[in-house]
Design a protein around this ligand. Structure first.
Ligand SMILES: [Zn+2]
Ligand SMILES: [Zn+2]
Length: 283
């Protein structure tokens, strides 16, 4: 039987936007799928966004209440102690599943001091670095920028910010969803073509490889295969897989396809089932 890669990017009830999240049921789902390992990478956000009603609907009422009358959202504090207690309970209940602790740091290069001050950050197994926002006259979440910027300009601004993140000393090991804006790509614009942004992608991937960090294949939307081939060509050493599940049913979504794509691009499972995938000498 095919062993799926470990899921290195999952949200549960400890993330502010995971209204249907459940760590316990995500573990049950991972065990059912025969996953070797799962990382619970909850949001640690510090960027204050101007936010619209559609995003507000995704939040728990307690968090939606943190949007002020000026439409600016104050990110809720990640309750690390309660989260760690929940991880401990799940490790006891699912001894056959390797459960990693984690955080998804939103724009950590903008919030150096706050990130550093996160309690016990050095003890977390998996730290993801993410760009969700662009600062264009105030931080806005990327999906709110569609329609206000031309698509090409938006994509280049996103990859420019991703490059600044990767070139920063922010303490993350894995660059999450380098194709994040593609989730919101308007149907009328036709399919997203990464070749139109090849230079910008290659710049991010080269800097990522130089930094010794890892690229994530996020399966929220399928990551275009050329990007993983460019990662190999940039000298990228390892690959992580992440469903970015915000509910148990989405754990390891589309991982069989993602694994086949990664293998074709020159990456292979690591020595242990819970490892990152590694570049192979041949492709
Ligand atoms: Zn994210
Ligand atoms: Zn995420």
């Amino acid at each position: 039987m095919l062993v799926l890669p470990p899921d290195g990017h999952v949200h549960t009830e400890w993330s502010w936007d995971a209204v249907s999240g459940s760590m316990q049921r995500s573990c049950a789902r991972a065990a059912e799928l025969g996953l070797p390992s799962i990382a619970f990478t909850e949001h640690a956000d510090f960027t204050r966004w101007v936010i619209g009603p559609e995003r507000k609907a995704l939040m728990r009422p307690v968090n939606a209440g943190q949007v002020g009358p000026d439409g600016v959202w104050n990110p809720p504090v990640f309750d690390i102690a309660a989260y760690l207690a929940c991880v401990a309970r799940c490790r006891e209940e699912f001894p056959g599943l390797r459960i990693l602790t984690g955080m998804e740091l939103g724009e950590p290069h903008w919030h150096e001091a706050q990130v550093k001050a996160l309690p016990g950050i050095r003890d977390f197994d998996r730290l993801l670095g993410s760009v969700h926002s662009l600062d264009l006259g105030g931080p806005r979440i990327v999906d709110h920028l569609f329609g206000t910027l031309a698509l090409g300009a938006l994509m280049r601004a996103y990859l420019g910010e991703a490059l600044r993140l990767v070139e920063s000393p922010a303490p993350f090991a894995v660059l999450a969803h380098v194709d994040y804006p593609v989730r919101y790509w308007p149907a009328e614009a036709g399919p997203f073509d990464p070749a139109a942004f090849e230079d910008e992608y290659r710049a991010v991937l080269s800097a990522l490889a130089r930094s010794g960090r890892v690229l994530e294949v996020n399966t929220s939307v399928p990551l275009p295969a050329p990007i993983v081939r460019w990662w190999y060509e940039a000298g990228g050493g390892a690959l992580a897989f992440g469903s970015d599940a915000h509910k148990p049913a989405s754990v390891a979504r589309d991982f069989a396809n993602a694994a086949a794509m990664a293998e074709a691009a020159g990456f292979r499972p690591g020595r242990y089932p819970h490892d990152f995938w590694r570049r192979s000498a041949v492709r």
